[in-house]
Design a binder for this molecule. Structure first.
Ligand SMILES: CCC[C@@H]1OCC(CO)=C1C(=O)O
Length: 202
């Protein structure tokens, strides 16, 4: 017990909370300004912490950037679990997954920051995950289920469809970010759903 009578938060929980706060503040800055111009001093100020406190958790900017990108990808398993647990038919599951990904790109600063850092990956001297391939593999499996259900347009392969979907989605969210800071993302995604997603159907 502390003097205030409150049970003190376990040290490791407080450290985890601090680490998460630093990562979120860094994500805001990376999404706003890009990798090159952000300094750990900027992150410390945004986090209302000393630079030393930030260094305690992340030894340099590269490590912080890698952590933000890893957290970008860490967002997807729960989203996929939520979409697939609804037991929808295969095509509707694909739509539900991409609906959720669109919401994440619209609303989640860590997803936005991870996307920008991957575009700027050549500037980052860190061990970043290979981009795009995870989604190409996952969506290939989803489109294979659509094919098994007899709902895939003849002449389209699941792998080909998945590569087009990843390219179209990446380009769509990137253009929306550059031109409108993703203000028109939902409108553009509606167009992608109508043209590309519905274009897959037998
Ligand atoms: C879902 C489209 C692909 C996705 O969009 C931004 C980005 C970051 O590199 C992605 C990835 O690596 O999977």
């Amino acid at each position: 017990m502390t003097m205030t009578g409150r049970r003190s938060e376990p040290k490791q929980e407080r450290a985890w909370r601090t680490r998460a706060h630093i990562l979120l503040m860094a994500a805001e800055l990376f999404a706003e300004r890009g990798y090159a111009t952000v300094t750990l001093q900027d992150v410390a100020e945004r986090a209302s912490m000393t630079k030393g406190a930030v260094y305690f958790h992340y030894k340099n900017k590269e490590e912080l950037a890698v952590a933000v990108v890893q957290e970008h990808y860490a967002r997807w398993p729960l989203l996929l679990q939520e979409a697939t647990s609804r037991q929808l038919p295969p095509y509707e599951t694909l739509v539900a997954v991409l609906d959720g990904v669109t919401h994440a790109f619209r609303d989640d600063i860590v997803v936005q920051a991870g996307a920008r850092l991957q575009v700027e990956r050549s500037l980052i001297n860190g061990d970043l995950p290979e981009p795009y391939v995870g989604w190409e593999d996952y969506l290939t499996n989803l489109v294979e289920e659509i094919d098994k259900a007899g709902e895939l347009r003849p002449g389209i392969t699941p792998r080909g469809a998945a590569r087009v979907l990843v390219a179209a989605f990446f380009g769509m969210q990137h253009i929306s970010d550059v031109l409108t800071r993703r203000a028109d993302l939902s409108e553009r995604y509606g167009e992608l759903r109508h043209v590309v997603l519905e274009g897959l159907r037998a």
